[in-house]
Design a binder for this molecule. Structure first.
Ligand code: ADP
Ligand code: MG
Ligand code: MG
Length: 888
């Protein structure tokens, strides 16, 4: 294998091999953009190293070969004493992991070459500044020295001189600092700072490989669902210098606003600075627009390049650049992270610009982003106390208790508190706290600061750079314009406006929900840009999708909302919800009935009530299918709790006034008590042992449909039998149901065209689906129960007990209750669908349960050839969008 690629050899499609940074550096090189020459060590080399503990044997020679070529091109040798070639050694994995892994600049500098560098540049100060940076970065990331020690030494040097910022230190001060840094290295590591340039480089490469497996990198990958075995590439890039005086500098930029998608000039620039200085908040950056005044030629060239990149990548790009004495250099680009709202807006803007088509636009957004846009916003009309304002870095309305360190954020959120993490600025060590928090608030840093970039990536609310806030992390408080917020005080932050409030601000629905509800029209002139974009994207999705989307709903109100949200019917109406409230007593009477007469009486009490529910439901879904599931849960769920009732009866008995009904109830509760209710008397089993129960429900459905028909409605009821394991169960229920339906049809003089089907939610049902289809007009995969029974674990118990451990150990990337387990449960679904259709080619196939609204699962159901998914009303837009993305 080839382990090293020159920048001129790669391209943007080689991200797996060259990492994102390397692939894009190569792409820019080949576009003719000004990229300092260099080469890339592949992720394959990293994987060999991580697996075996040492670099592949061929690597050293390949690196030497590419290094020599680079030296030839640059006309100087790495670390050459009179004119040193310096390089950066930079990490870069397939997926960007901001700040998670290591980069070392100025490799090649040593006691021998520092004066050569100074002479070449004609700048002593610059050379010593570069050297102290090398020792600092190398010491920390390669040799594992505590970075604080260098920070403190730098701080001391500034104090000794009585200055505030690093650029006020002169060559002499920096030379002293270098000596001090070298001492620190020697003391902490027991060895001298390595003077041999190639050794510096090799150690740095290895450190980058190692940084793939730091705790924070692992945590970030879990959070972002990035596989753990990809490894990182390493980029060796010849240095250009932004720290060569005021006509030099370094910056970051976006080709459009990553928060709104608006086109314009967005970025930060810092004069006389190197590398991380911009994002680390060491000195105050200036807005990128100011570069036009500072260095017009470079500014114009940068604008030109940004346009080239946008057109070339057909997407928003973010960029890192450096200016060395008036010469612009591109150091990085990638398709940039953006907020959910910006993703929709940018996708439609790019369609309008003719850069992408509608199918591509659908790939540029996703259901998770849409779900995020449906979260509530702060109510601007409500009384609120604004205490500060920062940069709107990542939208959302977050309310929580103020905490000032990540440890507390994690601790409090574990105990169920909502927290806002407040920091002066965040760094990669804050990742845990950021994940735990509802929102993140910082007093320093811009749209490109660590907090902003990471929060946007996580879809978390963030306000950054709120400069009026004085954050005192040691005292755990912040002060702003006279208001003091202590740890534990509630604050509200608005990531869409940057406003910060004391106390809890009430929330209102998002404009996107208002749009889906039909209360806001995308066509209106003053319609929100975001709503317009969502409207267009949803139209693309609806045009191409094959999967239909239905709702899980069991009352007219939910059904009506579902319809507004685009539901094409009801895929699951749970009838047990119709047995609650005051009707529970009737169910109690049914359970306690020990004669046929009593039972019939109880059932006929329930019949008209059920029927009335169905009439409403069929009316609100007129013309669309409504799948009604017959009673599913174990009966004891309708009875009082066994312990409570036992105590009540025992007390009453002690007082000698036990009541007859309670005693019978207690008996029934005992009789129905099960140690594994999930696997007990429920579903079709209930229908088979409680005479008349299912017949009553079917009659209620049929009579409701008949009434709707006679009222000129168009009811399309489907009767669904739950928890079937064998076709015999279904046959018995079916026979009884057909008889009832025929009676009702005859009595009302109508043809109801009711269909009868079953849920496939037990492994046996899936395995014998071919037989079951003989007796079913449709299958609806109940993937919640199917997941429980296939894995043999009960959701209510395992999520709390061992799922966290399983997720941490990487046994699951995600809970199988959230995203369908394709290999296990999914393969049963596929086989059952095929077997069912083999028996009955017109068999209708759907899925109900949580997975119906989960983006990844929707793609799976599309591929498995199902006809529809059914999910809760609020997930319908997400399912529509994902069904469109799956088909596009
Ligand atoms: P990250 O992945 O954390 O962004 P990078 O490898 O991009 O790390 O390095 C961080 C910064 O270091 C870059 O944005 C750039 O400013 C600076 N840098 C890296 N390589 C060079 C180089 N060859 N010349 C000058 N600056 C560099
Ligand atoms: Mg970078
Ligand atoms: Mg079920």
């Amino acid at each position: 294998a080839k382990f090293v690629y020159d920048f001129t050899e790669g391209n943007k499609d080689l991200k797996d091999l060259l990492g994102g940074k390397g692939a894009n550096l190569a792409e820019m090189t080949n576009l003719g953009l000004p990229v300092p020459p260099g080469f890339i060590i592949t992720t394959e080399a990293c994987k060999v190293y991580l697996d075996s503990g040492s670099e592949p044997a061929a690597l050293r020679a390949e690196v030497s070969e590419h290094l020599e070529a680079l030296e030839q091109k640059m006309g100087k040798k790495l670390g050459q004493a009179d004119d040193p070639l310096l390089v950066s050694v930079r990490s870069g994995a397939k997926f960007s992991m901001p700040g998670m892994m290591d980069t070392v600049l100025n490799i090649g500098l040593s006691d021998a070459s520092v004066s050569g560098l100074a002479a070449q540049a004609g700048d002593e100060r610059f050379a010593w500044d570069s050297y102290r940076r090398l020792i600092q970065m190398f010491g920390k990331t390669v040799l594992g020295v505590d970075g604080e020690l260098f920070e403190e030494a730098l701080e001391e040097a500034k104090q000794a001189k009585g200055v505030r910022v690093d650029i006020d230190l002169d060559a002499k001060d920096l030379q002293g600092l270098v000596a001090h840094f070298k001492d620190i290295v020697a003391k902490q590591t027991g060895r001298d700072f390595p003077q041999e340039p190639r050794e510096q480089m090799d150690l740095a490469v290895r450190a980058v490989f190692d940084s793939w497996n730091t705790d924070r990198a692992k945590l970030y990958r879990r959070q972002e669902r990035i596989p753990g075995d990809l490894g990182t590439a390493v980029n060796v890039c010849s240095m250009v210098f932004g720290n060569l005086g005021p006509d030099s500098g370094t910056g970051v930029a976006f080709t459009r606003d990553p928060a709104s998608g608006q086109q314009g000039v967005y970025g930060d620039y810092l004069q006389n600075a190197q590398g991380e200085d911009v994002v680390a908040g060491i000195r105050n950056t200036v807005p990128l627009a100011d570069l036009e005044q500072i260095d017009k030629a470079s500014y114009d060239e940068l604008m030109q390049i940004m346009e080239t990149l946008e057109t070339h990548y057909r997407d928003l790009c973010d960029i890192e650049f450096t200016i060395e004495r008036g010469k612009l250099w591109m150091l990085q680009t990638r398709v940039g992270k953006r907020t959910a709202g910006a993703a929709f807006r940018i996708a439609t803007q790019l369609v309008d610009q003719g850069l992408i088509d509608e199918a591509e636009a659908l790939q540029r957004v996703n259901g998770a982003q849409l779900a995020q846009l449906m979260f509530p916003r702060f109510d601007l009309g409500a009384k609120s106390e604004m205490i500060g304002r920062g940069i709107a870095a990542s939208p959302g309305a977050a309310v929580g208790k103020a905490v000032f360190d990540s440890y507390t954020a994690v601790k409090w959120s574990r105990s169920g508190e909502k927290v806002i993490l407040i920091r002066r600025e965040t760094n990669p060590d804050d990742l845990n706290g950021m994940i735990a928090a509802e929102g993140i608030l910082t007093s320093r840093g811009g749209k490109t600061s660590h907090a902003a970039v990471v929060a946007r990536g996580m879809g978390k609310t963030c306000v950054c750079g709120a400069e009026e806030l004085e954050v005192d992390t040691k005292a755990r408080r912040m002060t702003t314009n006279g208001t003091v917020i202590e740890e534990g005080d509630v604050v509200s932050i608005d990531g869409s406006t940057g406003k910060v409030y004391a106390g809890e601000v009430p929330v209102v629905p998002s404009p996107v929900v208002e749009y889906f509800e039909g209360r806001m029209h995308a066509g209106a002139d003053d319609a929100d840009e975001l709503v317009k974009a969502v409207h267009r994207i949803m139209a693309y999705a609806d045009r191409v999708r094959r999967l239909r989307v239905r709702a899980n709903a069991d009352n007219a109100e939910d059904a009506a909302r579902a319809r507004r949200f685009g539901a094409q019917g009801i895929g699951l109406c749970r009838t047990e919800h119709m047995f609650l409230g005051e009707r529970r007593e009737m169910v109690e009477r049914l359970i306690l009935a020990d004669t046929e007469t009593d039972r019939d009486a109880a059932l006929s009490e329930l019949l008209p009530l059920q029927k009335a529910d169905f009439i409403e439901l069929f009316e609100s879904m007129d013309g669309l299918p409504v799948t009604v599931r017959l009673l599913d849960p174990p009966l004891h769920e309708f009875l009082p709790d066994i312990t409570e009732l036992s105590v009540r009866v025992a007390l009453a008995e002690a007082r000698k006034d036990a009541n007859e009904n309670d005693l019978r109830l207690l008996q029934a509760v005992h009789k129905l008590h099960e140690s594994n209710p999930m696997l007990g008397l429920r579903g079709v089993r209930l229908g088979l042992v409680i005479p008349g129960l299912f017949a009553m429900q079917v009659r209620a459905i049929a009579e409701a449909a008949a009434e709707r028909k006679n009222a000129k409605g168009d009811p399309r009821a489907e009767v669904m039998i739950p928890l079937v394991g064998t076709v015999q169960e279904l046959e018995i229920v079916r026979e009884e149901a057909e008889q009832v339906i025929a009676e009702v049809e005859k009595a009302h003089g109508v043809d109801l065209k009711l269909t009868l089907g079953t849920m496939i939610e037990l492994p046996r049902a899936a395995l014998t689906a071919g037989q079951i289809a003989e007796s079913a007009d449709f299958f609806s995969f109940g993937t919640n129960d199917l997941t429980q029974t296939v894995w043999g674990f009960s959701r209510d118990d395992v999520e709390a007990s061992f799922f966290t451990a399983y997720l941490e150990k990487g046994i699951f990337g995600v809970s199988p209750f959230e995203t369908i387990d394709k290999d296990g449960v999914g393969s049963l679904v596929r086989n059952a669908a095929a077997a069912g259709r083999a028996t009955r080619p017109d068999l209708k196939l759907g899925v109900c349960g949580e997975h119906g609204g989960d983006p990844e699962s929707v793609h799976f159901f599309h591929e498995a050839g199902l006809d529809y998914v059914s999910c809760s009303p609020f997930r319908i837009p997400v399912a529509r969008l994902e069904a469109g993305r799956a088909a596009a």
